[in-house]
Ligand binder design. Structure first.
Ligand code: ADP
Length: 673
């Protein structure tokens, strides 16, 4: 009975142990000290594909892909008593492999002798798969980052290449236009001169044809240059005060002959609620109107062309104006209404043959309007006519248009005018001489800036016409010298063959009064010259009370800068900022060089300071002080306390900086409003 009970207990224990072993999903196996399998659970039979009977007493190491490695681990278990998480791979009889983590420990009999080892081989296939996927995902992410970075680098490289190409294209177009325009200038100019002489009707006809072709070529060159500027994002718009009504009248005036020839009526409807003086880019506005009215005249054979302006909106700071050009011409088919604004697009393939043109005009007009945040639209009916309308906003201003003088203001009383033409190309020299002869002006020619300056030492001129690109000393350098070293304010007009790329701001900043584009429009040249000569003939009586008062309070006076920049606040702000940037450095250099007794450096610092005095209107007494310091620095003959003189300059410059900073802030505030 007792025996039976014991037997039952043993059976129970065995069943209990068995169920524990079988409960494990991981293969579990016992191995004898000679490496033979003595027991296992079902998981091992599944993973090897062998039956219990086949496995029992077989060599345990045979089921691993790397038996030698398995054998080493197996020995380690005996040596250390246990081994944990050693990675190995088990092979199924059909070849399928299972990655496992080998965990083993020895087991002993009742007497404590080592009988064998128990091994649990944890199946880690899923973890390995997940880890592999994770590694792959990381690799992919890293590769994607690398590819993206490479793409970014390539895009950057491509952008630089494209930028370089664009710059090269710009440069090429600019150079070519200059090269083409210079001889064209002579061709058109001399044609005009010859047209004024006695000619037969036939000769006149041929010469007119030459002139018309030349004019067309210039328009084409300008158009291409303008478009390339738009492409390169370099189209710059001026913000200067101008009179819109007179600007529009002048534009329409240009079409009078043409409309008269074609027997067309040219009508202007002007909304007089538009303020007299507005701030914007009059040259670009003219260009838009010229293009639209030019097209209207070209595509209309009878009836009228109407240019109307309408004030759409007005607030404290700006006005919005709608401009419309209406004609009674051939009209534009519906299907073409959108495409005509694209480059080189004309409404029909026969347009160029019948009416000429290249299809660039409207593309430029659209860009000019849209870049100024305006809009343009067209309505049209075949054989009835077309209306192009565009809307633009302009800033209001209290400033007047300093250098724009109405035609009505001119008179011919100006006499004995002596003009210095600074120009290196002999054909152009001859042309200018002929033009100035016609105006009744006396003229001297200098081949470059250096010769011009030499001539100015011996002869008094009323005005200078200055080419910009010349050998030895160019127009900018010469003007800089005349203004800053000679302190001479003779009117200077720049002559340039490259009106769209010329740095107009540079012309103004350096002190030129105006510019005129080649081929020269003689009426415009005459008008500009007369305006400047008359202006400089008016001797401004200084208001002494004002001068004295302001001298006490302020050491700067922006009258000069205002005139030079034509009250262009952006330009003024730029110049003031430049002054504020440079002056403290110069003051510091001046003081340090005095302390170190470095006379050369002192001379240089003061030398750099002098030109700015007249620009920001610091009294000429300080220029004298500066010159005394320079004299001392070069001769070492001290007549006055040099450190006192340096202190005076330092004080006035510091005060000027404070005043100008305040001025700059008021500009910024008004711009922010
Ligand atoms: P272009 O005049 O040099 O051909 P534009 O870009 O100025 O180039 O004009 C493109 C086309 O639009 C013209 O060729 C013409 O077919 C059409 N077009 C422009 N203005 C008018 C107009 N006022 N009346 C009829 N067609 C016009």
């Amino acid at each position: 009975m007792k025996k039976q009970k014991m037997k039952n207990i043993l059976i129970n224990d065995f069943n209990y142990a068995r169920s524990l072993i079988e409960a494990s999903l991981d293969p579990l196996v016992t191995i004898s000290s000679v490496g033979k399998i003595t027991d296992m659970n079902e998981a091992l039979t599944n993973i090897t594909g062998l039956t219990r009977e086949e496995l029992i007493d077989s060599n345990f190491l045979d089921y691993f892909t790397e038996p030698q490695k398995a054998s080493n681990v197996y020995e380690q278990v005996f040596e250390k008593g246990s081994v944990a998480d050693f990675p190995l791979t088990l092979r199924h009889k059909n070849g399928k492999l299972t990655d496992v983590l080998f965990n083993g420990s020895i087991y002993r009999d009742e007497k404590g002798n080592v009988e064998g080892i128990v091994i649990v081989a944890r199946d880690v296939t899923e973890q390995k798969k997940a880890a592999k996927e994770l590694t792959e995902a990381i690799m992919f992410a890293e590769m994607a980052t690398m590819i993206a970075e490479e793409a970014k680098l390539k895009a950057e490289k491509d952008r630089l290449i494209a930028e370089d190409a664009m710059k090269a294209k710009q440069q090429f177009l600019s150079n070519m236009s200059h090269e083409i325009r210079t001889p064209m200038n002579a061709i058109i100019g001399f044609t005009k001169v010859v047209l004024k002489t006695d000619l037969t009707e036939k000769q006149k006809k041929y010469l007119r044809a030459i002139k018309i072709s030349g004019d067309a070529l210039i328009v084409l060159i300008n158009d291409i240059l303008d478009l390339s500027k738009v492409d390169a994002g370099k189209m710059v718009f001026e913000q200067i005060p101008f009179r819109m009504a007179s600007s529009i009248s002048t534009m329409l005036h240009l079409f009078e002959t043409k409309t008269h020839e074609k027997n067309l009526k040219l009508i202007k409807i002007y909304d007089h609620r538009i303020p007299d003086v507005l701030v914007g880019d009059p040259v670009r506005l003219n260009q838009i109107i010229l293009n639209l009215v030019g097209n209207a005249v070209k595509f209309t054979s009878k009836g009228k062309i109407t240019l109307s302006t309408k004030l759409l909106d007005e607030d404290e700071h700006k006005v919005t104006v709608e401009f419309s050009v209406t004609d009674t011409g051939i009209g534009i088919p519906d299907s073409k209404r959108e495409t005509i604004f694209e480059n080189f697009q004309q409404a029909s393939s026969g347009t160029s043959r019948m009416y000429g043109g290249t299809g660039l005009g409207l593309a430029i007009v659209k860009q000019l309007v849209e870049l100024q945040e305006g809009s343009i639209s067209v309505t049209s009916k075949i054989n009835e006519g077309t209306t192009f309308s565009f809307i633009l906003s302009f800033q209001k201003t209290k400033a007047d248009t300093e250098l724009e003088i109405d035609l009505a203001e001119y008179d011919t009383e100006v006499s004995n005018v002596k003009v210095l033409v600074v120009e290196d190309i002999s054909l152009n020299q001859l042309l200018m001489r002929t033009l100035l002869d016609d105006f009744g002006f006396e003229c001297d020619i200098a081949d470059n800036g250096r010769i011009a300056i030499e001539k100015m030492q011996t002869t008094k001129y009323d005005l200078i016409l200055m080419d910009l690109h010349m050998p030895e000393m160019n127009g900018f350098e010469a003007t800089d010298y005349i203004r800053n070293s000679m302190n001479c304010d003779i009117p200077i007009i720049a002559l340039t063959a490259d009106v769209t790329t010329v740095d107009l701001a540079k012309c103004k900043a350096i002190g030129m009064d105006d510019y005129i584009a080649k081929p020269i429009d003689e009426r415009l040249l005459y008008r500009k010259m007369l305006g400047l000569i008359k202006k400089s003939n008016i001797v401004e009586e200084p208001d002494l009370t004002e001068l004295n008062d302001s001298a006490k309070i302020k050491c700067t006076n922006l009258k000069y800068l205002n005139t030079r920049t034509k009250s262009n606040r952006v330009l003024m702000a730029e110049m003031i900022s430049l002054y504020l940037e440079q002056t403290p450095i110069l003051i510091c250099n001046m003081k340090q060089s005095l302390a170190k007794k470095d006379w050369e450096a002192l001379h240089a610092a003061v030398h750099k300071m002098i030109p700015s005095f007249s620009i920001v209107g610091i009294h000429s007494d300080y220029e004298e002080i500066a010159k005394k310091i320079q004299e001392f620095a070069s001769t070492m003959q001290q007549t006055e306390d040099i450190s006192d003189l340096v202190l005076q300059l330092e004080n006035v410059c510091n005060q000027a900086c404070l005043e100008l900073l305040e001025e700059l802030n008021t500009y910024k505030n008004t711009n922010d409003e």
